[in-house]
Design a protein around this ligand. Structure first.
Ligand code: ADP
Length: 326
């Protein structure tokens, strides 16, 4: 159901656009071509624009006669082949994810030379928008969102997926203000577990000359997936203070500061935000060297979470009324 339907659209295509790669005007209707599980195809009414990304634009979409709204992500119609390949990886990975804190992938199809993704709608913007509006969150709110993101990371890692681009701008808020990880554009498949058996088997028949020992070592896991834990550490710091810890004017400077763990918590005398020692400690563990970073279960067992108050979804949602999206 999630494969990109290669069937030609029923609606006559316009000639290919030369310069602009995204439709200049949003289409009023989008036609999903017939496929094995939707023999008659479908027509989406296109609503308001939700946002624009590097190579995609998102609109609300709705099937006539149905109340449910979706996010229709239109991906650039013409992509260089390298990007196209990456996009196929994103599609394949995202379509296999099903977890309450990951944007649900519903369908993908081609229409008018563009690829459309039908996604679960997150109508309340991103975590970044909210943190900016609120100039940082309270510790109970930080616990609420960190537990949700840690849960999504645990799920992805158990499936052998590293997200590699977790940031507040890629974490969307659904109608209940729950966090949903989106944008699998940089995600990668980890080669461990069952796949390792296959690698071992195939390499042992072929030439093992080029395979690093840790790949062949039984049960030994690489630390690649720990990049997502680092990102969660940065996200938590930013939710608490409203700024990422290594923010600088140049990329080089950010890298240098990250390498040296050169960050400061706001001083209590200059800030109206109280940040507990437990919060600072748990963030510090996530910014350790990869092999020392805690896994998602260990994170949520930290004192910051266990000894502090974790609000329920019902307590988080009414806050939305005080701070509606722009
Ligand atoms: P890109 O892959 O180009 O970075 P994104 O996935 O970030 O594109 O999507 C672009 C924008 O569309 C986002 O910044 C966000 O505003 C909006 N958007 C993406 N997915 C959803 C969704 N599921 N619900 C609501 N808005 C979304």
């Amino acid at each position: 159901a999630t494969e990109v339907a290669k069937v030609k659209p029923i609606v006559a295509s316009k000639p290919p656009q030369k310069e602009k790669e995204l439709p200049p005007q949003p289409p009023l209707q989008v036609q999903e071509p017939p496929s094995s599980d939707r023999r008659d195809g479908a027509t989406y009414q296109v609503g308001k624009m939700l946002g624009k990304g590097g190579f995609a634009v998102c609109y609300e979409g709705q099937l006539p006669g149905h109340r449910k709204k979706y996010a229709l992500k239109i991906v650039k119609c013409k992509m260089p082949s390298k990007m196209e390949q990456k996009f196929q990886t994103e599609l394949q990975i995202h379509s296999k994810m099903k977890q309450q804190n990951i944007v649900q992938f519903l369908r993908a199809f081609t229409f008018d030379n563009c690829t459309y993704l039908v996604l679960e709608l997150c109508p309340n913007g991103s975590l970044m928008d909210m943190v900016k509006r609120r100039k940082g969150l309270t510790e109970p709110e930080v616990r609420f969102y960190s537990i949700q993101i840690a849960g999504a990371i645990k799920y992805m890692h158990a499936k052998g997926i590293i997200h590699r681009d977790l940031k507040m701008g890629n974490i969307f808020l659904d109608k209940n203000m729950d966090a949903k990880v989106g944008d699998f554009g940089l995600a990668a498949l980890l080669v461990t577990g069952k796949d390792m058996q296959t690698i071992r088997r195939t390499t042992l028949c072929g030439t093992p000359n080029y395979i690093a020992p840790e790949i062949l070592e039984k049960g030994k896991k690489g630390h690649d997936h720990m990049v997502d834990i680092w990102s969660l550490g940065i996200i938590m710091f930013a939710m608490l203070t409203s700024k990422p810890p290594f923010q600088s004017s140049t990329t080089d400077e950010i890298y240098r500061r990250a390498k040296n763990r050169d960050y400061d918590w706001p001083r209590p005398e200059t800030s109206d935000k109280y940040i507990s020692q437990e919060a600072k400690d748990v963030v510090a563990t996530m910014l350790e060297d990869a092999d020392k970073r805690p896994d998602p279960d260990t994170i949520v067992q930290h004192d910051f979470f266990v000894s502090g108050y974790v609000p329920t979804a019902a307590e988080i949602t009414p806050k939305l009324r005080d701070f509606p999206p722009d």
